[in-house]
Design a protein around this ligand. Structure first.
Ligand code: UD1
Ligand code: MG
Length: 464
């Protein structure tokens, strides 16, 4: 690899008219991350001196979207006030590189080509040791709309001609420009100063530097990506959906290579940093998002959404369960139709059944909440059984309060535990009770009215 410092320039100023959207194109998402976010993350893997992002349309929205990004300080936002073309866009960034380094390699990326891999980019930077200009090109079935690579009699790259400027012979060329170009800073400045807007779109094309470099006798390197998906650009909603599926297919393949069974790779969506252990099985229509860690031999049934959570080995998640911000121990069994909200921590062998909601709740080993309950702001001890329809009344309209339940407790069905309240180890709550005060260890608390029977009672009849 060349030892000159590397500067990345990402072009992201265009409106993306073909998206027909109020949102700047580069903020549309693939797998829950913006197009620009994907490109920035790939570029960061090269550890460049700086990443210069050229912004224009919706620039405030674009810049704000990176406020929380861990590497925000590595980004230099460059404004292009008028979108006069890709060459003009790169020119806006050069003064920032110049002030730091007289000699550098400049890797130019476009924000609408999101699946580019850092390994491909680093191969381009390596190619800079033998030529001052490297292009990433691809052979495609349908080159329509893209810049075409022209070559001379010897087969050397001689230029790029845009679709709108191409004659009928050039239109037949199926080697296309990915838009990703790497150049020596000194040379790039000279070439860009010679680019004119004398073309059909009256824009300053970055692609014109190729013909200029060739005319000056420079060798031009042309590399191909391993897979054409890497260089698929997004200009429309249709292409957005196609690239989403390409990306999802790649991720499903990664999990399968890790030893995970995926019932249908076309019906899974992974949106984030996802890790799944071997011999786990993921059924159809499952969405995993954020940071998700799933252990070995876990089964996730159809239609589950799991966000920012950790599942240990041998967990079973039944159908239609929603889990967020939760930690599940080994052999936990959840759902169907359960909802685990943030702060839920289930120790090993806990069982959460259908229509149960938990929030900020810690359940110890072997605790069971099998049907139709709400357990919020609560701790539940070992082997405690919470019957059907039990509610922790944690909210008094202004503040949240805690319910503390010991081990081996039995809470009868349809009871309300009015927090703050404590139920000590081994206590029993009779069904239908409203518990408002501490229940002592091993005692039975019951608060419902005593059953009466009224003799000779007659049901009312309808008045005539
Ligand atoms: C461009 C290339 C084309 C290549 C294709 C690959 C040029 C002239 N053409 O065409 O050879 O095959 O990408 O996807 O470079 N942008 C700015 N400022 C501008 C204009 C564009 O920042 O003034 C940004 C856009 O936001 C976008 C990128 O540059 O991220 C490319 O612009 P776009 O209009 O999509 O160019 P293409 O027609 O796709
Ligand atoms: Mg484009």
């Amino acid at each position: 690899m060349s030892n000159k410092p590397l500067h990345v320039v990402i072009l992201a100023a265009g409106k993306g008219r073909r998206m027909r959207s109020d949102l700047p194109k580069v903020l549309h998402q693939i797998a829950g991350k913006s197009l620009l976010g994907h490109v920035v993350d790939s570029a960061l893997e090269l550890k460049p001196a700086k990443i210069h992002v050229v912004v224009g349309h919706g620039k405030d929205l674009v810049i704000d979207s990176f406020a929380e990004h861990a590497c925000n300080d590595r980004l230099n936002w460059v404004e292009q006030t008028e979108q006069l073309g890709t060459g003009h866009a790169v020119s806006q960034a050069l003064p920032f590189i110049d002030s730091d380094n007289k000699s550098a390699n400049v890797l130019m990326l476009t924000a609408d080509v999101p699946l580019i891999r850092s390994s491909t980019l680093s191969a381009m930077v390596s190619a800079m040791s033998s030529s001052p200009l490297a292009l990433l090109t691809a052979l495609v079935d349908d080159p329509f709309g893209l810049g075409r690579i022209t070559r001379d009699e010897s087969g050397a790259v001689s230029g790029i001609v845009e679709q709108k400027d191409a004659n009928s012979e050039q239109s037949k060329i199926n080697e296309i420009n990915s838009g990703i170009i790497c150049a020596d800073l000194e040379q790039l400045k000279i070439w860009l100063s010679q680019v004119s807007s004398d073309n059909v779109q009256q824009e300053f094309y970055l692609t014109d530097v190729v013909g200029l470099a060739y005319a000056a006798g420079n060798p031009i390197a042309a590399l191909h990506p391993d897979n054409n998906a890497e260089v698929t650009g997004i200009n429309s909603r249709l292409q957005l959906s196609q690239v989403e599926r390409m990306f999802q297919a790649e991720q499903a393949e990664r999990l399968m290579n890790d030893g995970v069974t995926i019932m249908d790779p076309a019906r899974i969506d992974l949106r984030g940093d996802i890790d799944v252990g071997s011999d786990s099985v993921i059924d159809v229509n499952v969405v995993l998002q954020g940071r998700v860690r799933i252990g070995r031999n876990v089964y996730i049934a159809p239609n589950c959404i799991i966000t920012d959570s950790i599942l240990a080995d041998n967990v079973t998640v039944h159908a239609n369960t929603v889990i967020e911000g939760s930690e599940l121990g080994a052999e936990v069994n959840v759902g169907p139709f359960a909802r685990l909200r943030p702060g839920t921590k289930l120790a090993d062998k806990v069982k959460i059944g259908n229509f149960v909601e938990t929030k900020n709740a810690q359940l110890d080993v072997g605790a069971k909440v099998n049907h139709l309950s709400y357990v919020g702001d609560a701790t539940v001890g070992r082997n405690t059984n919470i019957g059907a329809g039990v509610i922790t009344c944690n909210y008094d309209g202004a503040n949240k309060h805690k319910t503390t339940i010991g081990k081996d407790v039995f809470v009868g069905s349809n009871s309300q535990l009015v927090a703050p309240v404590e139920i000590e180890d081994g206590a029993t709550i009779g069904a239908g009770s409203t518990i408002t005060a501490k229940v002592e260890a091993n005692k039975l608390a019951i608060s419902r009215g005593k059953q009466r029977q009224i003799d000779g009672w007659k049901r009312p009849t309808k008045a005539r």
